[in-house]
Design a protein around this ligand. Structure first.
Ligand SMILES: [Zn+2]
Ligand SMILES: [Zn+2]
Length: 240
């Protein structure tokens, strides 16, 4: 059962002391996907997939810092070959401009392909497939396990993006009272913790005023970094 499979990483992330457990899960999936990409670029099946998709800007940069350059060159080389093969034989079909108005923006096979290939990423695909299952499992655990409900309501909230994704998952996965309770709980946890971080950020800003310069920092020292998690989902794993 898929729900059981993902229980451990979800509970681990919710136990972590961080501003968004879903960011923590996402980061771990990203690590795993990058490792898989580097380990598997000589494996035919995987190579066939990454040849089609290529990599997004963020992940090709991450691969370049972790992988030897030759490994990256090999992946880029066969992906490039795929793109060339796809576009090279394409015979342009002139589209007549209408007398009035402009050409409708869909239905051109070349641009459809270039948009699709430049918008797809082997690493993102790997992450997204499992992340979707995580969202479903969170809803499942909320419905079935009171321990998990308690953990969720005492978490430090979520980033804005993941709060929205959880909200959508709740609507899709849960019904009736459970759905209503879930949406109420995640909203309360999200808003309360946004306010907590905003208060820290307020104090961080105040500290720049000379009148408060000798006051203690309280929890404000890393308020900017934690605001970046809440608003931009920029999550760095804490060194242990
Ligand atoms: Zn997040
Ligand atoms: Zn990517």
């Amino acid at each position: 059962m898929k729900e059981k499979l993902y229980t451990i990483p979800i509970n681990d992330a919710f136990r972590e002391d961080c501003e968004c457990p879903l960011c923590a899960m996402h980061r771990q999936l990203e690590e795993d996907a990058l490792r898989l990409t580097m380990a598997g670029y000589m494996v035919d099946d995987q190579r066939m997939e990454s040849n089609q998709t290529g990599f997004c800007e963020k992940h090709i940069k991450m691969l370049l810092t972790r992988q030897d350059k030759l490994g990256v060159a090999l992946m880029l080389n066969t992906h490039m070959e795929t793109v060339i093969n796809h576009l090279e034989g394409h015979k342009p079909e002139p589209v007549k401009k209408p007398l009035f108005g402009k050409i409708k923006d869909s239905g051109n096979a070349v641009t459809d392909y270039t948009e699709q290939v430049s918008g797809s990423c082997f690493v993102c695909n790997k992450i997204d497939a499992i992340f979707k299952q995580y969202l479903k499992t969170i809803c499942y655990l909320y419905k079935k396990e009171s321990d998990f409900r308690n953990t969720l309501v005492s978490a430090k909230g979520f980033c804005t993006k993941h709060y929205g994704m959880l909200y959508q998952a709740g609507i899709e996965q849960l019904g009736g009272n459970v759905q209503e309770n879930f949406l109420t709980d995640i909203t309360k946890v999200y808003i309360e913790n946004m306010k907590r971080v905003k208060e820290d950020l307020d104090w961080y800003i105040q500290k720049y005023d000379y009148r408060f310069k000798d006051e203690p920092w309280k929890n404000a020292k890393d308020a900017v970094e934690r605001s970046l998690i809440k608003l931009n989902s920029i999550y760095e794993k804490k060194e242990k």
